[in-house]
Design a protein around this ligand. Sequence first.
Ligand SMILES: NC(=O)C1=CN([C@@H]2O[C@H](COP(=O)(O)OP(=O)(O)OC[C@H]3O[C@@H](n4cnc5c(N)ncnc54)[C@H](O)[C@@H]3O)[C@@H](O)[C@H]2O)C=CC1
Ligand SMILES: CC(C)CC(=O)C(=O)O
Ligand SMILES: [Mg+2]
Length: 344
Amino acid sequence: MPKVIVLPGDGIGPEVVGAALEVLREVAPDLTLEECRLGGCAYEAEGDPFPASTQAALADADAALLGTVGGAPDSPWNTLPRPLRPESGLLRLRQHLGVYANLRPVQVMPGLEHLSPLRPEIAAGVDLLIVRELLGGAYFDPRREKGAEAAFNTIGYAADEIERAAEHAFGAAQQRRGRLTSVDKANVLEVSELWREVVTAQAANYPEVQVNHEYVDSVATLLVTRPERYDVILTENLFGDILSDLAAVLPGSLGLMPSASLGEGAGLYEPIHGSAPDIAGQGVANPAGTILSAAMLLRFSLGRSAEAERVEAAVRAALAQAPTRDLGGTASTAELTAAVVRAL
Ligand SMILES: NC(=O)C1=CN([C@@H]2O[C@H](COP(=O)(O)OP(=O)(O)OC[C@H]3O[C@@H](n4cnc5c(N)ncnc54)[C@H](O)[C@@H]3O)[C@@H](O)[C@H]2O)C=CC1
Ligand SMILES: CC(C)CC(=O)C(=O)O
Ligand SMILES: [Mg+2]
C-alpha cells in the first residue's frame, strides 16, 4: 500500500489539506495517510520546524502532501534564529527529499475564464508550465550573512544543478507543445550567463524542442499580457518563486495553483501559496490548489493518471458551481470541497 506523509502545517494549511484528504480518500482509499508536523506547529510541539519524527516517517514514504507553513507578520516565529523558523523547515524538507525540480502548472480551465481578472481574450486557453529549480540559488546559499550594517545572499549555481532541473523542463516540453523559454538575467548576472550556456548546450540533445532565452523583467510583463507565448518556462529558484505567484493572476487566484516537486525519491506536493494568516481559521480558504496538488501526487508519485484526471475534472466542475471568496464567489472551503467530492 502506498504511503503518503501528510503535513498540514500552519495557517490555512490544515484547512486546505483537510479538503484534499477528503478527495484522496474517495479516489484512492487504499493509501496509507500518515500525519506529521512541519513548520511553526512542529517548532511549538517538538522544538524543530522539521523534526526528527517527520524525517523518520518520510524514510519509507512514496510521497508527501504539504499544506503551508509560516505565521503572520507579527508572529514570534519571525524573530527566531533562522534555522528554527517555519520557512526553514520547509527548505530543509525540500533538501532532505532532494526535490530539485518544482513543476508549477498554470491553467485557465475551459469554462473558468470568467474567474480571471484579466480580459477573456488574454486568459482563455492559458496552459503553461513553470519549472522552477528548487534546491539552489539564494535560498540555499551557504555563505549567507547578516550583520547590523550589511547583509548578503548570493545566487550561485553549479552547472550540474542547472542541468538536472533543465532535464525536467526539456522532458515536459517534449510531452507538451515543444517550446521551452529559459528565463534569466544574463545581461547583468554571471550566474545567468552560465545558466544560459548550460541550457543552450543541452538543447542539442532535444532537437524537437524550440528553445529561446528571455530576461526575467520582461517576462514579468509578457506572462500576464501575452501568456500564449509560453509553453514551458524554466528558471532559477528565486525568479521562479516570484513569477509563479504572478502567474496566479491568469487563472484568478493564488488559491488555484498546485505544484509538484520532484527528485530521485519521494515527491513533495503543495499549493504554491503561503499560510494566509489574514483568512486562517475562517473556513474560507480556496482548497483547489491543494486538491490539484493531490492530483499531481496521484499522477507523478503513484502513476495513477486516470484518478488524477478524475480529480481535475471534478475541481473544474466544482469551481464553476461554487467559487470561493478569492474568486469573487461565496462558497466556503467546506462547500467547494463537497462540490468536488460530488463531481468525482
Ligand atoms: N509554501 C509555503 O508554505 C509558503 C509560506 N509562506 C508564508 O506564509 C505566510 C504568509 O505569506 P504571504 O506573503 O501573506 O502570502 P500568502 O500566499 O499566504 O497570502 C497572500 C494573499 O493571498 C491570499 N491567499 C493565499 N492562499 C489562499 C487560498 N488558498 N485561498 C484564498 N486566498 C488565499 C491570502 O489571504 C493573502 O491575501 C508567511 O509566513 C510566509 O512566509 C509564503 C509562501 C509560501
Ligand atoms: C520557503 C517558501 C516560503 C518559499 C516560497 O514562497 C515558495 O516556495 O513558494
Ligand atoms: Mg512562493
